[in-house]
Design a protein around this ligand. Structure first.
Ligand code: NDP
Length: 479
């Protein structure tokens, strides 16, 4: 069986403990590879390597750093098929989705930051009295990057690409549930000629490797994407050490559908925003709020189309939903469907584990639509992170906003209306970091990305990421 390695100081190496964790293929429920069960000892070695590599990497001209990162982008693109199959095997998502979204966007992350760094200018401020201030934006040092399992290579590269472009070195940990593409990336980094120690990838559990990274005194900056509870724990660890922190956390996003929307577009996109990647995208809209006059028509059409979505073998191109990432997560999602019924919700379609012929032990769930629940219930307040959406109706713009904002999260939201004024008015009042009007998941890498309230702290993306991964220093000169 394939044994993955850590990538430390330019080498592929076994963990110090020499013990390994089973890695499951969620589409079959079978173990198919082994992951290093690393711990603080490995993180210490990786951090020492990253610290030693920092002076040379940060002094490497941006154009040279850019060249190496572009090479990595190119190698990802050349290996698109392999990486997509690996991502699907590890995560359960359809191969076609990994080919169309995950892997191309991982390549784009490297490409974007490799070129952005060449244009990253800093400000200067002239004072009439005969002084000039200029800002140096210097890399911080060793960056700790921790990423989740839902979009494994995409979100891993989302952090390490800007960190490296800005001149930091990195100690990183992908989710232990989906380590494969990060491992394959380490092979590509070696091929691309990334100097030893610049990027270190330590595999293993969050409570061991993740905790060792966040508490390490030589890692002054942490970029984390994952659950809100883990984010809070990381913040508690990092705060007394005054680490720079970027937290991209959970969501419970509203889709606001006004009666004057383009019905076909709204239905088509809502189907996607509900069930893409098995609903395991932090940006998925899990609460669908529909204006009363349209409620029944929208509900009936959404349910009709949801019931037709094919769930099954992720290598089948006609499949819309693959497997849920792990047995544990499948059980969690199923328990929320159970809870929804206890809370008085009516299942309109789906609602059960799906047994797929030939993949009987795989972790599949039917896409599920629920109605009849008030906003103030656990099903509508807590993040489920699976193929489950609830429907609610509203009568006025104010009520739509009140329902949309009545949660602890504030990551994303969509607004569907043909009335331009209303769209902008509502967008301005939604307490979320990212709003889409008449579309969903359109991503421009130049834009700020992140959430409000319990959905996170700080922004990444575009200049925001380069600002986060650098420390501004003001220099004042008398002339
Ligand atoms: P987790 O918070 O469980 O894990 C995220 C990462 O943190 C994993 O690598 C995990 O390792 C690690 N980790 C766990 N415990 C610790 C710790 N004590 N210290 C440091 N690191 C730790 O999230 P999931 O992987 O379950 O991902 C799903 C969550 O991510 C959802 O809530 C989703 O909304 C959120 N998310 C947010 C996004 C955003 O941009 N806002 C984007 C995508 C997802 P291990 O796997 O070993 O536990």
């Amino acid at each position: 069986m394939q044994k993955l390695s850590n990538y430390i100081n330019g080498n592929l190496s076994a963990p110090q403990s020499n013990s390994y964790i089973d890695n499951y293929n969620p589409s079959t429920g079978k173990v198919y590879s082994l992951i290093p069960d690393s711990d603080a000892a490995d993180v210490n070695i990786a951090t020492a390597a990253a610290t030693a590599a920092f002076p040379a990497w940060s002094a490497t001209p941006a154009a040279k750093r850019s060249e190496i990162l572009l090479k990595i982008a190119q190698l990802i693109t050349e290996n698109l098929d392999n990486l997509a199959i690996a991502e699907s095997t590890d995560n359960g998502k359809p191969v076609w989705l990994a080919k169309r979204v995950d892997i191309p966007r991982a390549a784009s992350n490297f490409h974007f930051y490799a070129t952005a760094i060449l244009h990253h200018a800093s400000e200067s401020h002239r004072m009439e009295e005969g002084f000039i201030n200029y800002t140096l934006r210097q890399p911080v040092g060793v960056a700790g990057c921790i990423s989740p399992w839902n979009l494994p290579l995409y979100l891993f590269s989302w952090k390490i690409a800007p960190a490296l472009a800005a001149g930091n070195t990195v100690v990183s940990k992908p989710s232990e549930i989906t380590p494969m593409t990060a491992y394959l990336l380490s092979e590509l980094c070696i091929k691309a000629g990334l100097p030893p120690g610049v990027l270190n990838i330590v595999h293993g559990y969050g409570h061991k490797v993740g905790a060792a990274i966040t508490s390490h005194p030589d890692i002054p900056l942490i970029s984390f994407t994952g659950g809100t509870k883990t984010g809070a724990e990381i913040a508690r660890t990092a705060a007394p050490m005054f680490k720079k922190l970027s937290l991209e956390l959970g969501g419970k996003n509203p889709n606001i559908i006004f009666a004057d929307c383009d019905f076909e577009e709204a239905i088509k996109t809502t189907l996607n925003s509900s069930f893409s990647n098995q609903g395991e995208i932090c940006l998925c809209g899990s609460r669908i709020l529909i204006e009363k006059p349209l409620y029944e028509k929208f509900r009936d059409e959404l349910v009709k189309r949801t019931a037709k979505m094919k769930v099954g073998n992720p290598t089948d191109d006609s499949v819309k939903l693959g497997a849920i990432v792990s047995e544990q997560h499948m059980q969690k999602v199923l328990s929320y469907i159970e809870l929804a019924q206890q809370e008085g919700g009516k299942i309109l379609c789906g609602g059960k584990r799906k047994i797929v012929e030939g993949f009987e032990d795989g972790y599949y769930i039917e896409p599920t639509v629920i109605e009849g629940l008030p906003q103030n219930c656990r099903t509508n307040m807590e993040e489920i992170f699976g193929p489950v959406v609830t429907l609610q109706s509203f009568e006025t713009e104010e009520e739509a906003l009140q329902l949309a904002n009545a949660i602890e999260f504030g990551l994303a939201g969509t607004i569907w209306t043909e009335n331009v004024s209303k769209a902008h008015r509502v967008a301005a009042q939604l307490k979320s970091g990212i709003i889409w009007i008449n579309c969903w998941l359109v991503r421009d890498l130049r834009t700020p990305f992140g959430g409000m309230k319990s959905s996170g702290v700080g922004r990444e993306g575009g200049w925001e990421a380069l600002r986060f991964f650098t420390e501004p220093k003001n220099v004042c000169v008398k002339y």
